[in-house]
Write a protein that binds this ligand. Sequence first.
Ligand code: IVH
Length: 702
Amino acid sequence: MTGTDAADAGGGRDSAARVRELQALLNHHSALYYGGKPEIPDADFDDLLNELKALEERHPELVHPDSPTQRVGAPPDTAFAPVRHGPPMMSLHNALDIEELRAWHERVHRSLAASTPVPAGEQALPTMKGAGVGDLAVELKFDGLAISVRYENGVLVRAATRGDGRTGEDVTHSVRTIADVPIRLRGDAPAVLEVRGEVILRLSTFERLNARQAERGEKAYVNPRNAAAGSLRQKDARVTAERGLSFWCYQLSYAEGGPAFTSHMQTLEWLASLGLPVDEHAARLADLAAVEAHVVDFERRRHDLDYEFDGMVVKVDDLATQARLGVDAKAPRWAIAYKFPPEERTTKLLDIEVSIGPSGQATPFARLEPVFVGGVTVGTATLHNEDQVAAKDVRPGDTVIVRRAGEVIPEVVGPVLSERPGGSEPWSFPPGCPVCGEALRRTEGMSATLCVNYWCPRQIRGRIEHFVGRAAMDIEFLGERNIDRFVTEGLLGDVVGLYSLDFERIVQMEGFGQVSVNNLRGSIEASKQQPLARLLFALSIPEIGQVNAQVLAASFGDIDSILAAGEEALAEVEGFGPIIATSVRAWFDDPHNRRLIEGLRTAGLRMEAEEPAAAEGDPLPQTLAGMSVVVSGALDGFSRDEAKQAIVARGGSSPGSVSTRTTALVVGADPGTSKLRKAEASGVRVIDEAAFQALLETGLLP
Ligand code: IVH
């Protein structure tokens, strides 16, 4: 039986009571729904809503302004109709640095001094008492869309966008769905009230929205501001309601019949008392020095909040002083927007290229027209993998949004579709490796595309780079550039070749002298004594990161025992199991690898564990005692579990999320954005895999 039947079947039931009950019930469920915790299926919600609509149609006198039927309805005829604002919606002048903020304050000061009426019989002085700027109100500059909302006798009657400042568009139907915007004001509401504020999308809501887009196979929104704009300009208010917009009110524009005020901060307090959402960060400060400290503080805490703000707005607090200063053609003279350096800019995507990593991973990246963003000039940005390019649908020739927030690596957020040149095609992965030309491969179910040619020069170099690394054989004086030169000039073909380098030739090469060659020779010689665990890690064996290399060496003691071990014995190794055992066995059975090991043995490498097989459970040096290290994204040398084990084995902890107690966040490929944002917000160091390896060994951050 549907609710409507029930109401009718009830016959004598009190419709007014049922209407009130339904209104309360629906408000309760819609709050749960928009809070992300619905208790009833959408269809049940719709049944209740339909029952309420039917009852309200029959009894229009029972329609209450805050009835859910008034919040979400069919698109009204007035959607987007022009709305003439009362006082115009002005813009703000910008200050791009502290100097410009001081210049504004100075201008305000001078202008007040010039306009101060000089009492009869006194002489005007350049800085007169009474000409002071007085207190300043400092607020966040919300990064959303400005709207004007009008209440009559406490009831929301109209909401409009800024438009050209004089005339905006009617978005009442959308704004009614925003839970933060009261449909009826609390307390003693004035006859007419017009307030200005910003519609925004909270970051947590934005992430939820994009997760849902991904689930539905739809494109992600580029940023909260764009998503908020798109959501507000919806004809169907149900769609707006689903998006979960928020609102911050920052300015009393016009009131009839309200109390009299002398300061801007008083007006904000009053608006808050009427139930309008006023941001708690608004502050009244006595002088410019305090304002400067305050804005710099907020610039540092820019990523602490759940919504974006791109600067701070400084307003003269005293309303009489505001009136004396007045406005110019564009903006009030009594306010200024102190803008933070931009973290998002648009630029041209010149091309999408593919780079090959040391273990053959093919990573698409954007070649950009250089752009200054987040404090640096950015010319390239990673695009992670094929799916990411497809999800963003960025194409060479597009104008794209580039973002670099905090210290994080720059990313291409998405294309500006309105500027897409005609005839462009979606990008597709090139079929061949840009280094060796062999076919690239992508295994089903995996996000990575790989060059699987063992002899690809990039991989040869990659294996050598890994072999000489600090956590591996620790061979110094041999950077990536020299490895590249040696490989290109045919001096080096694999890691065995390191032990028979032609130093006579190297000493002739540009950039080398006898001293540097001796250093290199000494370091290579010393590496022969490295213990087995380091050698096993250095060999780039799949699944063998530092931790597994250590347990493998400790379990078998020397290389011959490993070569002789069957899959079952390998599977017994702590933390291995059958999958790792099979992969390790396969690697040691490969004739290439056998030859490699024999070559290294002939070269004189030690190939034994440090001690005669460490007793089980021997602790590693506790380099990370008391530290908390969080890992995000895919690392090359460690699986997620191995990285955790490596941290824990050294006395540290590795929780799943970042907090202010986190020592460092290690980021690999495709790190989680929420962890990155949190790290930035909490001032937690973000490090890459190389720094992580150094941290494991030394306990020190770079
Ligand atoms: S006051 C007449 N206060 O910034 C005063 N504006 O760049 C006009 N904005 O159009 C605005 N946060 O959309 C003011 N705390 C704040 C603000 C703010 C964001 C926006 C607003 C305005 C734009 C001007």
